[in-house]
Design a protein around this ligand. Structure first.
Ligand SMILES: Cc1ncc(COP(=O)(O)O)c(C=O)c1O
Length: 438
């Protein structure tokens, strides 16, 4: 008989370790829309893992690409060397990126992508002789990963308060969630575009716009509970950035690769930033990989500022464009294209929206917000116990219904793989309805 699993040594990330280890929730295999748990149950994946397995799990094409690559070249350096798939991956990404964003810096995840983009922004101004531009602006409730750059521009108290002052000179916009005026909005909320004006009126006035290097936002804030931007809000941010020479960075770690029914949220909103950070769905999460897609003019400024034969940008990771990740990425892009998964997400979005809003009126449901194949269901908190109610729903969904959901505070977030079908959407929301009713 197999000895029981020792759970002592793995210090689990973003997890209530003691709670988990008292009754572990173990996943042992995955296929398509389902995980299998260690007790042999099929678990419907309502969260694409962690917003990342957009094409479903263990897609044969991606699996094969990784296996072949592992057997032919496990690693190659990309410092002063190259391998073809690194360049092919960059081209494949540019092929689906908004026009003008055509240079790609590879890293290993979203957090590194954020740090990379912030460093590019700071260095870009510096090499152009605009050295006063050192401030970075983020947003309340923004999640930009866990590097020091990311937590500085991020706006989640829990991710910041234990770690000292992080970066100097950072400020934050208010987040646009306004349940008072926008509760139960379907798609983009009507109210709140004026919050973008605050960027100009308050933040820029306070700091002098000529000191600001970049504004970084998630087009749709995912991790802190699905905050959908109000109509016209992102367009305004773009206009203000243009007016003052500030770079606009979209963190599309969640919204990239079809989540909103288009390759990027930039396409969905018709707002082209100066850099896009992506990760997760980039390889269908099969091998870690992140990337920053950069406007050519930014890249070219680095090329022309450095002497010949000199390194233009002092940044990089041992595993930038790792061969396994590059192979997985190329296969993933093929799968997205062949199976038309972004279009599929767009087609399913109205059905998903109706299913999500069918929970309106159930006990404790305070707000429902959605866009594309993502929705947030905000519950009333138990007095004095924030997060307990939603976590209870999470546990019941896993143990009693065989459904994987994600919670943040008292908000349930759903973001299934884009291969989900209507019956599975029904299963997801019916399970939640039954739990809330009980
Ligand atoms: C918007 C956003 N940026 C950055 C990250 C960090 O990505 P990673 O966990 O791959 O470092 C995440 C992760 O969820 C994210 O949602």
């Amino acid at each position: 008989m197999a000895s029981p699993l020792n759970t002592d040594h793995f210090w689990m990330p973003f997890t209530a370790n003691r709670q988990f280890k008292s009754k572990p929730r173990m996943l042992v295999s995955a296929q398509g829309m389902y995980y299998t748990s260690d007790d042999g149950r099929q678990i419907l994946d309502g969260t694409a893992g962690l917003w990342c397995s957009n094409a479903g799990h263990c897609h044969p094409k991606i699996v094969q690409a990784i296996q072949q690559q592992a057997a032919s070249m496990d690693f190659a350096p990309v410092f002063q060397m190259g391998h073809p798939k690194a360049f092919e991956s960059a081209s494949a990404l540019v092929a689906i990126a908004p026009e003008g964003l055509n240079r790609v810096f590879f890293c290993n995840d979203g957090s590194e992508g954020v740090d990379t983009a912030l460093k590019i922004a700071l260095a870009y101004h510096r090499i152009r002789g605009d050295a006063l531009r050192t401030r970075l602006i983020g947003r309340e409730r923004g999640y930009h990963g866990v590097g020091f750059g990311g937590i500085a521009v991020g706006g989640i108290a829990g991710n910041r308060k234990h770690f000292g002052p992080t970066l100097a000179g950072v400020d934050h916009l208010r987040h646009p969630l306004d349940i008072g005026r926008n509760a139960f909005s379907r798609g983009l909320p009507e109210h709140g575009a004026e919050l973008a004006d605050e960027f100009e009126q308050r933040i820029l006035a306070l700091h002098d716009p000529a000191t600001i290097a970049a504004l970084i936002v998630e087009p749709l804030q995912g991790s802190t509970g699905v905050i959908v931007p109000p109509k016209g809000y992102l367009q305004k941010l773009r206009m203000i950035c243009d007016k003052y020479g500030i770079l606009l960075i979209f963190d599309e770690v969640i919204t990239g690769f079809g989540r909103l029914g288009s390759a990027f949220a930039a396409d969905y909103f018709g707002v082209v930033p100066d850099m896009i950070i992506c990760a997760k769905g980039l390889t269908n999460a099969s091998v870690p990989m992140g990337a920053v897609i950069v406007r050519q003019a930014i890249h070219d400024a680095f090329m022309s500022a450095a002497p010949e034969n000199a390194i233009e940008f002092f940044h990089g990771y041992t595993y930038s464009a790792h061969p396994l990740a590059a192979a997985a990425m190329l296969a993933t892009m093929e799968v997205y294209r062949e199976e038309q998964l972004f279009a599929r997400a767009a087609e399913l979005a109205p059905y998903f929206e109706d299913a999500a809003h069918s929970l309106r009126g159930l006990p404790y449901v305070k707000d429902i917000r959605n866009l594309g194949l993502v929705c947030g269901i905000e519950l009333e908190s138990q007095p004095g116990k924030p997060g307990v109610r939603a976590f209870d729903v999470f546990l019941k969904a896993f143990w009693d219904k065989g459904v994987l959901i994600r919670t943040t505070g008292d908000i349930i977030a759903l973001s299934p793989p884009l291969i989900i079908d209507k019956a599975q959407i029904d299963q997801l929301f019916t399970s939640l309805a039954e739990i809330l009713q009980s």
